[in-house]
Write a protein that binds this ligand. Structure first.
Ligand SMILES: Cc1ncc(COP(=O)(O)O)c(C=O)c1O
Length: 374
């Protein structure tokens, strides 16, 4: 059996009529950029997120640096992030001209460790970017408390966890802005690049709208800006998909439950952790080998069995070749949990359109490997 890592085409086939209808509406309208479909999607996204504003942008990376710029963060400012995130979180800070300060993650949730954040704060610190990694919402209550005490801005990098929530709080509720990526493989993915900023802050809304469109809010009137817009075809795809996101998350959660039950007897791997009260959306189902030196063996075993197991992210930012490429960056404190995760992580196939046979096959092969390695 072959088990792929993604189910994009299956998903497209399941709701083809809804997607095709919106794409055709855009094509027939002649409005392909900043048109009515984008506005419709922005309204829908804001109402879904429970925020006053949603602004569609070119991708999830731009969403982060546009938010930083909108909040006035740039040269000379420090921004604290977890070192175990997709590269783009750090990249966005450098694009905004600020310094990336890398800290450790919580050993269980893999999200930023609030104690490490607090210990990393200096007079130059201006913002924290917690990342809702793998589908698990970060501990925003603690992060927001720290931000309040030290007068810092908070941007939630929610590229990976749309439709989740924390213990007693919504995503986007306890921050100045939240950024989303809609790249193909995300839980709410379009057919290319896409992103958004959602916020309750009118200044961030206005600034991101201006910056994404060549510094212009009115035809022919410009200040300094960029070109980073979510195009209307992608907005149409997302408008069709957003109505399904909760049902898709529930499916992901049911596959995660099946994996966790099926793998509960394994002694050589650790299973993903879900903190009490958190709705984990399982963007990724990441196990860790207890013995990091056996990670590649597990991944190769699954690959040879036709299962497309991947790693997220086996080389953390600070261990990439050439880091930090002349950019402003600093590690503060130990990154032991980040490095353990990087060296032992394996992501199993996870998407709503998996079948029970595929999930059973993945469980069977992981268990076989576990028995051989016990
Ligand atoms: C945590 C995280 N932040 C930022 C991004 C950047 O998003 P994009 O690829 O849409 O620029 C991604 C995903 O790609 C991500 O996973």
């Amino acid at each position: 059996m072959q088990v792929g890592f993604y189910g994009h085409v299956r998903q497209y086939h399941n709701i083809k009529d809804e997607i095709d209808k919106n794409i055709s509406e855009v094509l027939e309208s002649g409005n392909y950029v900043m048109g009515p479909m984008l506005s419709k999607f922005e309204e829908k996204l804001a109402s879904y997120a429970g925020t006053k504003y949603a602004i569609g942008v070119g991708n999830g990376t731009d969403a982060i640096w546009l938010s930083l710029m909108a909040l006035g963060i740039g040269k000379g400012d420090e921004v604290i992030i977890p070192a175990n995130t997709f590269f783009a979180t750090a990249e966005a800070i450098w694009i905004a001209g600020a310094k990336a300060v890398l800290v450790d993650c919580d050993p269980r949730t893999k999200c930023i460790d609030p104690d490490a954040v607090e210990a990393a704060i200096t007079d130059a610190t201006k913002a924290i970017i917690p990342v809702h990694l793998y589908g698990h919402t970060a501990n925003m209550k603690e992060v927001a408390g720290i931000a309040k005490r030290h007068d810092l801005k908070v941007i939630e990098d929610n590229a990976q966890s749309i439709d989740g929530h924390g213990n007693g709080f919504r995503q986007g509720e306890l921050s100045d802005a939240m950024t989303i990526s809609f790249i193909i493989q995300k839980n709410l993915g379009c057919f290319g690049d896409g992103g958004a900023v959602v916020t309750n802050n009118a200044v961030v809304d206005k600034e991101v709208r201006r910056l994404r469109n060549h510094g212009s809010l009115k035809r022919n009137v410009h200040t300094f800006g960029f070109n980073s817009r979510l195009d209307d075809i992608q907005a149409g795809v997302l408008l069709a998909k957003i109505d399904h996101i909760t049902e898709w998350t529930d499916l992901r959660r049911s596959w995660a439950k099946k994996y966790s039950e099926g793998l509960s007897s394994c002694t050589t791997i650790e299973l993903p952790y879900e903190a009490p009260g958190v709705r984990h959306v399982y963007h990724l189902y990441v196990v860790e080998t207890v013995d990091a030196s056996k990670r590649d063996s597990l991944q190769n075993y699954l690959q040879e069995a036709g299962i497309d197991a991947k790693t997220h992210y086996s080389i953390p930012i600070h261990l990439q070749d050439g880091y930090p490429w002349g950019k402003d960056a600093e590690i503060r404190g130990s990154l032991a949990n980040v490095e353990k995760n990087a060296s032992s992580c394996v992501s199993l196939p996870m998407y709503p359109e998996l079948t029970a046979d595929e999930a059973d096959y993945v469980i069977e092969k992981v268990r076989q490997w576990d028995l051989k390695n016990t």
